[in-house]
Design a protein around this ligand. Sequence first.
Ligand code: NAD
Ligand code: WQD
Length: 340
Amino acid sequence: MKILVTGGTGYIGSHTVVELQQAGYEVVVVDNLINSEKSVIDSIGKITGIAPDFEEIDLSDPAMTDKLFENHPDIKAVIHFAALKAVGDSVKRPLEYYRNNIFSLVNLLEAMKRYDIKHFVFSSSCTVYGQADELPVKESTPRKDAESPYGNTKKIAEDILENVVRTGSLQCIALRYFNPIGAHPSAVIGELPIGVPDNLVPYITQTAIGIRKKLMVFGNDYSTKDGTPIRDYIHVLDLAQAHVVALKRMLENKQRSPWEIFNLGTGNGFTVLEVINSFEKVSGQKLNYEIVERRAGDIEKVWADTEYANRELGWKAVRDLDEMMRSAWDWELAMKERNK
Ligand code: NAD
Ligand code: WQD
């Protein structure tokens, strides 16, 4: 069965392609390579033995998106990762984010309607909850006003999808990821941040390997056990596997309703200092870091209530923080080796 994975050369997409292929699906990857590299297709092939089909297409172009489906009339479902995702950048360039993330979604949905494809898995984000009033965050926890244009594209996309599902032409599962980190245990694929990373874990590994001088820890005056913010970090492999489960649920008509939302997290929150400690433990490296001012827009704490996803999907994140950090470090070391 052929599955279209948009953004499949990206971080989460590439890990999901591996899991899909290993579960027996045939995969077509579409990506415009704005934030990833074509070599990822070969890397996927190294792990699974099969390099997936690849189409270099910008999904914000409706004609090219249509052509993609014309070329692959046997696509049965779409997993949609393709998006721009840098929060700070989206504040500076909101129109690019709306054009890219919203137009791409609409183009895909229009083409799917024309080609009568009914199954859609969407990459949403815990960013839609903002600083939630209740913790842990349930799927029913009210969404907050978005703190960034990027976050708003996720809220708007969820609303668009819910509206389309209501027409009866689409079945959708929206997966709200918490903080994905780590890499494939083979160290053949992983996160490839372009430029200076915004996110904590690639910043930690790049600092330890000498690409960055020092990690700035943004604030230690939050109301948490050590004063640094809490997040629900989830191994990218656990996340990837949840996509295969969600896809099967849809294809086997096991959805409770054609519009479903699931939180993908571990249910455990860790502070920034706990993440650093775990890194130092598994890597044997002392990390150079300094506590500085809070980062504007950061929330204090968030972690998922995973009970609903665990029960309904029969899926549970199983990899712990040390395993996440070890795989992130192995990936950084492998990249250094490759770039020698
Ligand atoms: P990524 O940047 O590594 O992957 C996204 C891929 O989409 C890239 O390869 C990029 O080149 C491609 N792309 C972007 N616009 C495109 C377009 N118009 N046409 C074709 N391809 C396009 O990001 P990721 O971390 O793998 O994130 C995947 C999805 O998960 C995104 O939708 C992101 O918003 C969402 N998400 C990510 C996180 C996170 O922390 N990484 C958290 C929550 C949600
Ligand atoms: C984690 C913690 C920082 C970098 C972002 C997006 C969110 C979602 C996930 C897509 C925070 C601290 C970080 C650094 C630090 N993405 N930190 N020094 O902010 O939880 O979420 O990615 O949907 O929308 O906003 O992740 O990795 O940037 O930060 O101290 O150099 O690490 O303050 O507490 P965040 P992050």
